[in-house]
Design a protein around this ligand. Structure first.
Ligand code: OSB
Ligand code: MG
Length: 366
């Protein structure tokens, strides 16, 4: 593959609304972009989805920057890469740092697809032309605000509603939501806020016909989740416990979950995402594509991976306008009645607004 230059951008973009989970509130999104160029003038783009602080996982933006600057970019420029899959082998000696690896790998995948004149979805083996999307709603101080948020998103046509929960904001909140919305496809995400000592609370959630409960127990845990899944009817979905094909294989073998939320950044890139997809397809474990409050660039990658057949549940890849006044791609991502159309233009299929990228970049490196 012809790669002539790799550029790194440290971005800061303010979201329209603050987003609160069990681990904190975020409104100023701090993330990375990687641009990989070839000598013919084509550019591939990838997004580094770590946050400013290591609250969701151990990774954070400045760490991803260092990882890319010191190790991953020099490695990619030193070796001849014939296919984006090669990066997995190149990066294997460097432990974890999946979001940093994924940022560069995603840019290389986009460039590779553009060089072949094919869409990223096609290059990854995607078959769906339309994907269903849901929405993830943060914790609110009042029921009124949460119910209003849900009503708005139901009216927009989102295919399922996910609400964040934390100890003290769980069973009563879900009961209130179900009182007003008895039939909507509903799920909860705890972002690892509970332990097995809270089994009573988690069991109490069983009565609300939830599609699933996402990551109730500790990040990385698959042992206690397996115990929990045996005690509750609601399917457990793992997010922060799955960082690789091996994690997914072990979780499935132990019965730790019935569903997996796949995030490209969390598992180190599209090549690993595809392996996990194929494993889950064979094991009968449905997937959906999670989100990390991405800009349009990360969002475009999410849409491409979600076009694979075993992404059978609505994902968190909502419209650009849910997050941003103005996204950094055109056209913006628009879910119509909860359905996204998979782009068939080359690569990620959206044009990056480089002026907008420059406007929000607080640091750059060539
Ligand atoms: O746990 O899925 C999560 C956002 C940031 C970090 C973790 C999570 C989330 C979301 C929002 O739920 C998903 C999105 O809309 O991008
Ligand atoms: Mg989650």
């Amino acid at each position: 593959m012809n790669i002539s230059e790799i550029k790194l951008y440290h971005m800061q973009m303010r979201m329209k609304h603050p987003f609160t989970t069990s681990f904190g509130t975020e409104q100023d999104r701090d993330f990375l972009l990687v641009e990989v160029k070839d000598s013919s003038g084509l550019s591939g783009w990838g997004e580094g989805v770590a946050s400013e602080r290591p609250l969701y996982s151990e990774e954070f933006t400045q760490q991803s920057w260092s990882m890319l600057e010191q190790f991953l970019i020099p490695e990619a420029l030193k070796q001849e890469i014939s296919h984006p899959d090669d990066l997995q082998y190149l990066y294997k000696p460097y432990k974890r740092n999946y979001m940093a690896k994924s940022a560069l790998e995603g840019a290389v995948w986009d460039l590779y697809a553009k060089q072949q004149g094919k869409s990223l979805s096609t290059m990854l083996g995607g078959t769906k032309k339309h994907i269903e999307v849901g929405i993830s709603l943060g914790i609110e101080d009042s029921y009124e605000k949460l119910l209003e948020n849900i009503q708005g998103k139901v009216d927009e046509g989102y295919k399922r509603i996910k609400i964040k929960i934390k100890p003290g904001k769980d069973v009563d909140v879900v009961r209130e939501v179900r009182k007003h919305f008895p039939e909507i496809p509903l799920m909860v995400d705890a972002n690892s806020a509970y332990t097995l000592a809270d089994i009573g609370t988690l069991k109490a959630l069983d009565e609300f016909k939830l599609m699933m409960i996402e990551q109730p127990l500790a990040a990385g845990d698959i042992i206690d989740h397996a115990k929990l899944q045996k005690e509750i009817k609601t399917p457990v979905c793992l997010d922060e416990s799955i960082h690789s094909y091996e994690d997914a294989r072990q979780a499935i073998a132990l019965g730790s979950c019935k569903i997996i939320n796949l995030k490209i950044g969390r598992v180190g890139g599209l090549t690993e995402s595809k392996r996990i997809h194929d494993l889950c397809e064979q094991a009968g474990i449905p997937l959906w594509c999670g989100g990390m409050l991405e800009s349009g660039i990360g969002r475009a990658h999410n849409i491409a991976i979600a076009s694979l057949a075993n992404f059978t549940l609505p994902g968190d890849t909502a419209s650009s306008s849910r997050y941003w006044e103005k996204d950094i791609i055109v056209p913006e991502v628009v879910a119509e009645n909860g359905i996204l159309t998979v782009n068939d233009r080359p690569g990620i299929g959206y044009d990056v607004l480089v002026d907008e990228v420059e406007k929000h970049a607080i640091n750059k490196k060539v």
